[in-house]
Design a protein around this ligand. Structure first.
Ligand code: NAG
Ligand code: NAG
Length: 639
């Protein structure tokens, strides 16, 4: 009966996993080791506040350290190389006479084995790893501390004849009976930070961008098997035909179901698990039972699993189907608000000394899980990091669009602006940044294969995916060909209005010095030159303008000095910051002139649909004789 119960939900999950086309193992023969109030993670060397239904290695107790658990003499999981322990809270049926009957459950687990990159196998759990997921006090889906699909409740109706008739619910309060049992599942995160073996806030582990499939974030680069723990509660054996709603309670008193949580402590034989994870007979074959993996099959022993009992002692006896006058511990059924307290207080059973002992380290100190590190990249060189991130995964990002993008052009731009990260996105976007957001994801290279707009032989990222390069030496801002200390780069015009919006003038013969003096006279700290002959001034960048551009985009010779550059034709300005030293007059005199009367500046309108010329310049005649006079039509792009 037990085996049948456990197998029932298999088909549904098979279909789901097949759709994702990823490797997964499931272990279908797994028995309950014991049900008692122990939780070595949350209550080390103490009694837990509520009862758990515990599976796995025989050395389970009130403390956890890997060597002790790894050396268990048996496991209630058929694969005897796995002496890990897994547990959920015990589920009880609330009897009408006020007693509570522990429900029997068939149990099993899945390991989903999606990789970060096709050529990097999933790694065995590090010795000493502990995980707790879910929130025992959750009373609705928003307080579970889990991504929504990580908790599952399925009412099994007539699974073999019509699996589609199974009902998934947000919690365990199904309005009907579940003739083939109630499945509760919970998924553990597969991405590890490589350092911490346990953190109370769970931050040593992370989900991928797609729960257990997808890719790990940069902050948690080590990919471990993604555990899904599944219990099928035999509600039908206890109360055939009776609707579940209102009759169930988790061991901690939660009657909503959302308090579902689960724990894992690693007790695997690391060598065996790693061997299986690297064996082409066991991975690359989609979904399979662990028994179909030859390495693991050697360690299967159903009889040993069935006979396995806790070796270090037992805290208490909680027997399936035998009603208890109250939930073990202080656990009064509760559906909202604060957890009820007990008066008089409930006293705990004495803890047998065999169940206590030394806890293992909270940090990993071995060398089997090297972390990708930027320090290994050579100086003075752009090196490929990989396909990473999302659109916002660089820090202090600047970006430009390039119709002729190549990796080299993007790297030149990032070098000019002194940034260490250079990324190509969607074929034609170049981004630079000073750091990588730890929450960015690491994708397989296949996600970054879009051809570059400037050279189809190169790949320039993907939709929202960054083809990322790193050069640790790119730290100095350097605009080639421009030595003026007040120059602050080639900058983008505003969008729908000018970037420097206080005053402007079109003047022949324009020079950089002329424009700077003009803006000082206009009492504005920023001067920008564009189209070779236009000077603009402003207090700061406006209308979304000022975005750093490649220096090559500012390439228009000044109308008054062809050796100087006065912006570019592609909506780009050469910008000078007049408050920096090295310009006309002393910088302090300029600064005080600018700041003293800045507020009185009469700025021409730069908004709206037309460009309003508020000053007519007539000084052009002497110096532009014989030169084709430019008109303000050149500003049309702005509007
Ligand atoms: C309460 O009801 C349950 C289920 O019918 C039964 O097993 C148990 O013996 C009853 N206990 C008492 C004290 O009546
Ligand atoms: C101009 O220089 C001042 C310091 O004098 C600085 O605070 C300001 O951010 C600079 N602006 C730009 C756009 O470079």
């Amino acid at each position: 009966m037990l085996v049948l119960t456990v197998l029932i939900p298999l088909l549904g999950f098979l279909n789901q996993a097949a759709a994702q086309a990823v490797d997964a193992w499931h272990l279908d023969t797994m028995y309950t080791l014991i049900t008692e109030r122990l939780d070595p993670i949350i209550n080390p060397n103490g009694v837990s506040s509520h009862a758990h239904r515990i599976l796995g290695g025989s050395n389970f107790g009130a403390n956890y350290n890997y060597n002790l658990y790894d050396s268990s003499s048996c496991s209630s999981a058929a694969v005897q190389a796995d002496n890990s322990n897994y547990w959920m809270p015990q589920l009880f049926w609330k009897e009408t006479n006020g007693t509570f009957t522990p429900l029997k459950a068939g149990t099993r687990f899945y390991y989903f084995l999606a990789r970060n990159k096709p050529d990097i196998p999933v790694k065995a759990f590090p010795p000493g790893l502990r995980m707790v997921i879910g929130n025992p006090n959750a009373k609705d889906s928003s307080s579970t501390n889990l991504p929504a699909p990580a908790q599952g409740f399925i009412c099994l109706k007539d699974h073999f004849s019509s699996p589609t008739g199974d009902k998934a619910g947000p919690d365990f309060n199904f309005a009907t009976d579940c003739p083939q049992g109630l499945t509760t599942t919970i998924k553990f995160p597969p991405c590890w930070d490589g350092v911490n073996l346990y953190k109370p806030d769970g931050s040593h582990m992370a989900f991928t961008d797609n729960l257990q499939y997808g890719s790990c974030p940069v902050s948690h680069p080590i990919r471990l098997p993604a555990i899904m723990l599944e219990y099928v509660w035999q509600t039908y054996n206890l109360r055939p035909g009776v609707p579940l709603k209102g009759n169930l309670v988790w061991a901690n008193g939660d009657t909503t179901g959302y308090g579902l949580h689960a724990d894992f402590v690693n007790g695997w034989d690391t060598a065996v698990l790693n061997q299986a994870l690297n064996d082409p007979n066991c991975v690359g074959k989609g979904e399979m039972t662990m028994t179909a993996c030859p390495v693991l099959a050697q360690h299967m022993n159903n009889a040993a699993a069935l006979a396995c009992r806790p070796a270090r002692g037992v805290l208490e006896t909680i027997q399936d189907g035998v009603a208890l006058p109250s939930l073990p511990g202080c656990n009064i059924p509760w559906s909202s608000g604060n957890k009820p307290t007990c008066s008089p207080p409930v006293s705990n059973p004495g803890l047998p000394s065999g169940l206590t002992g030394q806890d293992g380290s909270l940090t990993y100190t071995g060398s089997d899980y090297p972390l990708p590190s930027l320090t290994s990249y050579p100086a003075n060189k752009w090196s490929r990091v990989g396909c990473q991130g999302g659109q916002n995964s660089l820090l202090n990002v600047i970006q430009y669009t390039d119709a002729a993008l190549t990796p080299a052009r993007c790297q030149t731009y990032c070098s000019e602006w002194g940034m260490q990260f250079s990324a190509l996105i969607s074929g034609s976007y170049c981004q630079c940044g000073t750091g990588l957001d730890p929450a960015a994801f690491m994708y397989p290279d296949a996600h970054c294969k879009q051809p570059c707009s400037g050279a189809s032989g190169f790949t320039c990222g993907g939709n929202g995916k960054l083809e990322l390069f790193y050069n640790p030496s790119s730290t100095t801002v350097n605009h080639p060909g421009v030595t003026d200390p007040q120059h602050v780069g080639c900058r983008k015009e505003g969008n729908g209005g000018r970037a420097l919006a206080a005053s402007y003038i079109s003047y022949d013969p324009m020079t950089i010095e002329w424009c700077k003096n003009y803006c000082i006279a206009q009492k504005q700290p920023l001067a920008g030159l564009e189209f070779g002959r236009v000077c603009m001034c402003g207090p700061s960048f406006a209308n979304g303008g000022g975005v750093p551009q490649p220096q090559s985009y500012c390439n228009a010779p000044c109308s008054g000095n062809s050796k100087q550059i006065c912006g570019g034709p592609a909506a780009t300005l050469s910008v000078y910051n007049l408050t920096l030293p090295g310009g006309p007059g002393t910088s302090s005199a300029v600064t005080s002139a600018i700041t003293s009367t800045k507020s009185s500046t009469n700025a021409p309108s730069a908004s709206g649909g037309t460009f309003t010329v508020t000053k007519t310049v007539t000084v052009t005649a002497a110096c532009t004789a014989g030169r084709k006079k430019r008109s303000l039509r050149h500003f049309d792009f702005l509007h």
